[in-house]
Design a binder for this molecule. Sequence first.
Ligand code: HEM
Length: 286
Amino acid sequence: MNKLLMLEKRLALLTLVLFGILILWGNLVAGFGAGLGCPDWPLCHGKIIPEFRSYEVILEYIHRILALLASLSLGVLLYLRYRRVEKNERLWLLLLLLFLLLQILLGGIVVLLQLPSGLTVLHFALALLIFSFVFLLWRFPELPRKPAPLPLFLYFLFFFQAILGALVRHYKAGLSCPDFPTCLGEWIPRTEDPRIILHLFHRTTAYGIFIIFIMLYAGSWIFEKLQVYRRAFLHFLLGILLQVAIGVGILHSRLNPWITMVHALFALLFLLLSISLLRFSQEKVQ
Ligand code: HEM
């Protein structure tokens, strides 16, 4: 591997780690209710470096510094990669740049509008896409040309579930079903309360995902095509069981921010694991 390629790979890893920490830190900021620690944007209390009078300011300010570092790192990475690759991939890199610019703008709007739930979820969704894209750049010196449908399907399944989770969180439905496995003492509560329905949807999708992986794992012993994924399916199954336990932990702890952060960490890992299954796709960009 030549020196420039090596530098690009290291920078991609650094960018990935920075975005990972940024997302988890953002999760903590929300968990501690510090999202408006800096109520203005792009300055914080009208200053580049504010007075650190409360923990909210400290948490939110660190969030912004992390965002700055991650964005700069991604900017340089995009530049290096753009010079090296061909036209097809360049379009993807430009799309990623567009996502980054949108995300920066959206971050500001979310603060200025005092954290509207819908936009906050959109901000989270875009963060997941950028994070996933950076992982793709780190993992593959050349993007897979025809990604296999199964990893893509699994990726979007987990992406959908993560967005449901973010909706639960930002529409304050985390404790709408405070008990587990029942919800308000019933298996299927008769309700029209949208928060309860949202919460149940998040749980039910988790069970659905678990069943899908049981079927895939069983299928990997029957169908030759699925054999290569067998170990990964097992990892997913164990991970989902842990994630359910962590979800229950969130309820028992009444939304403890640290436990919620671990829940978000697992959600990120599921996305990365799904993307890494693309290594089984043979064709690459030429
Ligand atoms: C595949 C399984 C699951 C995944 C990938 C997942 C993912 C997520 C994500 C990404 C969030 C949002 C975190 C954020 O906004 O930063 C979330 C929130 C949440 N999840 Fe899950 N989840 C899963 C299963 C479950 C299960 C089974 C439960 C319940 C037993 C659960 C309970 C919750 C709760 C209560 C919240 C809201 C926390 C809050 O309001 O602070 N999750 N989930």
